[in-house]
Ligand binder design. Structure first.
Ligand SMILES: Cc1ncc(COP(=O)(O)O)c(C=O)c1O
Length: 413
């Protein structure tokens, strides 16, 4: 059922050569590649029914509106939202988080209130809270992390107090691969009356997501990391909270009645979607969801878990001198993200060496600067897998790193 070679045929870019070598794309945590089906959906929109949505009586506009709203339905079903009107289109996970920080945060976070985060947050789930805390004189706290890159859950009960208004946590870390126990964390937040936000930017693309089971108040993610186009993101909010939130941006499309003096807001979710939306890319994301559903998210997770187990074993066997692999070594609580540091070879040198072999990895702080610094390094090399990666590609990576270390240490490949 999950035939990775057949899947690879759907991704035109995967047959590309880099410096004469087959592309080994291992930068999926940054963005995923797109299958032909998604590319075709974008072309189909522009070639056959390009029109603005929600305001036209003509055929093209009605077709565009139907497809645009159908995409929202698909996304809602994909995350098991009780309704598609709780799914707000944004540009990306970052915009979704900023929307929450302004629309919900401005009204609900007050002086002395506490926001609890994890130390492994992407800057997008850190900086908006820092800014909100600065505006409001609120306090940000962090759940301590254990040596193996997992959260010290024993400390959480003491950290959530009656002043805690929000607990916000990444489901799967983009820098360590750690899969956090978000269900448990949400339960603890709710016990104290705090709201619970899940950053699903790295989890929604890689495992089944069920917002009702997670019982999260907010979920954010980006289309481009889950086979969809760039420029389209998602914000899910529980109805009772979304109903109380003020708009983030105002203008056309999000209004019901407007006079020269004032305006009233449209129903959910349009109230949060000012201006002409990203029609093509929402439809593209709908097509990505169809593609993921055709594979089955359980199968995607199983494939990546197997690949992660394989990669953990391969790196262990290779026993590379001076190489530190970060994150937990249990594939049950780790996604396919491999961040590592080599004592005497700079990550950028290693990344450039690998690129010459056709291997695309990321080097740097992965928008998690405080975390990477807390590991005692300035940067890491990160290889991240997706549903189209193979064990053969893991071999190429491990061999490539082995060769690179030999090259930089004693000048021989
Ligand atoms: C965990 C996590 N959260 C948020 C983001 C932000 O996503 P975007 O850049 O699409 O807004 C990323 C992107 O890498 C991420 O990995």
């Amino acid at each position: 059922m999950f035939d990775v070679e057949k899947i690879r045929d759907d991704f035109p870019i995967l047959s590309k050569k880099i410096y004469g070598n087959p592309l080994v794309y291992l930068d999926n945590a940054a963005t995923s590649q797109k299958p032909r089906q998604v590319i075709d959906a974008l072309v189909d929109y522009y070639e056959n029914y390009n029109a603005n949505v929600h305001r036209g009586v003509h055929t093209l506009s009605m077709e565009a509106t139907d497809k645009f709203e159908e995409a929202r339905e698909k996304v809602a079903t994909f995350i098991n939202s009780e309704s598609s009107d709780l799914v707000v289109w944004t540009r990306n996970a970052s915009e979704s988080l900023n929307l929450i920080a302004y629309s919900w945060g401005e009204a609900n976070v007050h002086e002395g209130d506490e926001i609890l985060l994890t130390p492994m947050e992407h800057h997008s789930n850190l900086v908006p809270w820092q800014e909100l805390a600065r505006r409001k004189n609120a306090v940000i706290k962090f759940i301590p992390m254990r040596e193996n890159g997992t959260l010290d859950m024993d400390k959480v009960d003491d950290l959530i107090t009656e002043r805690t208004v929000l607990v916000s946590a990444v489901h799967m870390s983009n820098a360590l691969g750690t899969i956090n126990p978000v269900r448990e964390l949400g339960g603890k937040a709710h016990q104290q009356g705090a709201k619970f936000l899940v950053d699903g930017a790295q989890s929604v693309p890689h495992m089944p997501t069920n917002v009702q089971e997670l019982d999260c108040d907010f979920l954010v993610f980006s289309g481009h990391k889950m086979l969809g186009p760039t420029g389209i993101g998602v914000l899910y909010v529980k109805r009772d909270i979304l109903n109380t939130m003020e708009p983030f941006l105002t203008g056309g499309e999000m209004v019901l009645e407007v006079s020269y003096q004032e305006a009233s807001w449209a129903d959910l979710p349009m109230k949060f979607e000012a201006g002409t939306p990203n029609i093509a890319d929402s439809i593209g994301l709908g097509s990505a969801v169809d593609y993921l559903n055709s594979l089955g998210m359980e199968n995607v997770r199983t494939h990546e878990k197997n690949l992660t187990t394989y990669a953990l074993n391969r790196f262990k066997e290779a026993d590379l001198d001076g190489m530190d692999l970060f994150g937990p070594d249990d594939p049950e609580i780790r996604g396919g993200v491999f961040s590592f540091n080599t004592v005497d070879v700079h990550p950028h040198d290693l990344g450039t060496f690998l690129d010459r072999k056709g291997i695309a990895v990321r080097t740097g702080h992965h928008c998690a600067m405080p975390l990477v610094r807390s590991l005692g390094v300035a940067a890491t090399v990160r290889a991240s897998f997706y549903l189209y990666n193979t064990e053969r590609e893991v071999d190429i990576l491990v061999d490539g790193v082995t060769e690179a270390l030999r090259y930089f240490r004693d000048g021989s490949e």
